[in-house]
Design a protein around this ligand. Structure first.
Ligand code: CTP
Ligand code: CA
Length: 217
């Protein structure tokens, strides 16, 4: 809980945060993943908890400590993340920071052995957790998505806001060293337009976003 007599601006609120990558298994020893470190999502969970929110953090595999005051649910695959998100509802707000694997492979039961030709991976699309949540009967009042883009950042992210039914999209330019790095450069896209924030540490992005969430709730 936050310091101070009132328990913080988000006291009594439940906020769901997803963070990190997912691991989509290929066989018992191999998986498909991505470069997400979890830093931005963990910083957001920590900032929300400092404002007094009850925070459920659904996390893919990352090398980070659990922020104090945060309830962490560890998952590996996108399907597991979808189930954990559903199980954590209801929530007043959701911040979907995770870099969810877009595709899963058919998982072999035994380790695939080297043969004459390399194996072909048959991929299928994973459920879009953010889009499902935004259209669910248990939709949190404020649904925030992230958009990882390497080009046409604002255009692509603006389209994602509408397509997924999110209230806000935090557009992330991941063309440089953002993934895994300490800083982030974001645009906040809402129904009212686009706000571009100066490049700053991920903790500062988290603090500012948590304050905005408190304003909106
Ligand atoms: N997301 C999700 N479930 C998925 C894929 C994405 O919940 N299966 C969420 C992410 O957590 C993020 C937002 O959707 O909040 C946007 O993710 P992003 O990868 O940028 O968008 P995609 O729709 O997957 O499009 P693409 O990767 O093709 O840019
Ligand atoms: Ca994606």
């Amino acid at each position: 809980a936050a310091l101070g007599g009132d328990g913080g601006r988000l006291a009594g609120r439940h906020v769901l945060v997803t963070a990190g990558p997912t691991h989509e298994p290929i066989d018992p020893v191999r998986y498909i993943a991505n470069r997400s470190s979890g830093k931005q999502g963990y910083a957001i969970a920590a900032a929300l908890a400092r404002l007094g929110a009850r925070v459920t953090l659904v996390s893919g595999p990352v090398a980070l400590p659990t922020p104090s005051g945060v309830t962490r649910v560890d998952i590996e695959t996108a399907q597991d993340m979808a189930n954990a998100v559903a199980a954590a509802l209801p929530a007043d707000a959701a911040v979907m920071v995770a870099a969810v694997g877009d595709w899963r492979a058919e998982t072999a039961g035994q380790k695939i052995k080297k043969g004459d030709a390399p194996p072909t991976l048959a991929l299928s699309e994973n459920p879009d957790i953010l889009a499902l949540l935004a259209r669910s009967p248990h939709r949190p009042r404020l649904v925030i998505g992230f958009a990882a883009e390497t080009e046409h950042v604002v255009d692509h992210a603006t389209a994602k806001r509408t397509r997924k039914g999110a209230d806000w999209i935090v557009a992330n330019d991941v063309s440089g060293d953002v993934m895994g790095g300490p800083d982030n450069s974001i645009h906040l896209i809402t129904a009212n337009g686009v706000e571009s924030w100066e490049r700053m540490p991920k903790e500062a992005v988290a603090q500012r976003l948590a304050e905005r969430i408190a304003d909106a709730l």
